[in-house]
Ligand binder design. Sequence first.
Ligand code: HEC
Length: 259
Amino acid sequence: MGTCIGVYNLYKTAAGGNFLANEAAEAPAREPHVKVAGDHWHKWIEGRPMQMLLWSAIAISIGGIVQIMPMVFMESQVPKISTVTPYTPLELEGRDIYIREGCVGCHSQQVRPFRSETERYGEYSKSGEYIFDRPFLWGSKRTGPDLHREGGRYPDSWHYNHMIDPRTMSPGSIMPQYPHLADDELDLSLLPAKIAALRKLGTPYPEGFEDRAIADAQAQAKKIADKLKSEGVKDEGMETKEMMAIIAYLQRLGTDIKK
Ligand code: HEC
């Protein structure tokens, strides 16, 4: 309806005018720049758009190269934090579920160094905390709170209930429900390949870790399932569900720095 009114409006406006075949184009004559005493030295380039474009592109590239190249080519220039270690296999699966479910669309993982952020979320994020994040999940939208310091903030059962229905834990929440995470079986079949791929990219998983990865994930999932039971969750057979992976991942977020 709005489009129809818009089209009609455009038509009436065009029809209401009268056609002018030729209109004399006018512009003031260009005046040569004369040097005036007191002009800045960079005045010469400010009136020359092409030169300005070229030289500013060169200047910006030099700045960029000086800053970025050492990080790309020199291992020692990558900021590292000794307590930051690679994700466990189960956390890795949880991270992939986090990506699959689009959580990054509503949650950032980047606490900025402002009082308002550190008071709410905790210690601000350091670049060295992200070196094992491939791809990074900084996010650019905060419909929900930042999750970079989420680990350890709540018990596992809180996350369990919150995922099944956020309203039970956080009245009035607009976060969607993810009850399927408690129903769907966790598929670990790609884990060895994921570990191998990440090692190729530089994540220091020990040689042969692929072969142990699935058992490692199952053991961690069992621990979380037991924890849920001890915290009063009634559902059975949780140790093989995707829920274990997402909880493992959320509980890991931002905790390395506290070790
Ligand atoms: C449509 C936006 C939206 C999506 C998508 C979303 N969330 Fe949320 N999330 C929120 C909002 C809003 C809150 C704050 C209210 C609450 O606690 O439920 C929140 C809160 C949270 C919290 C509690 C944070 C805290 O410290 O209080 C966690 C954990 C969380 N979300 C995890 C997830 C995960 C994991 C996913 C993906 C499976 C996800 N969210 C997807 C909007 C979203």
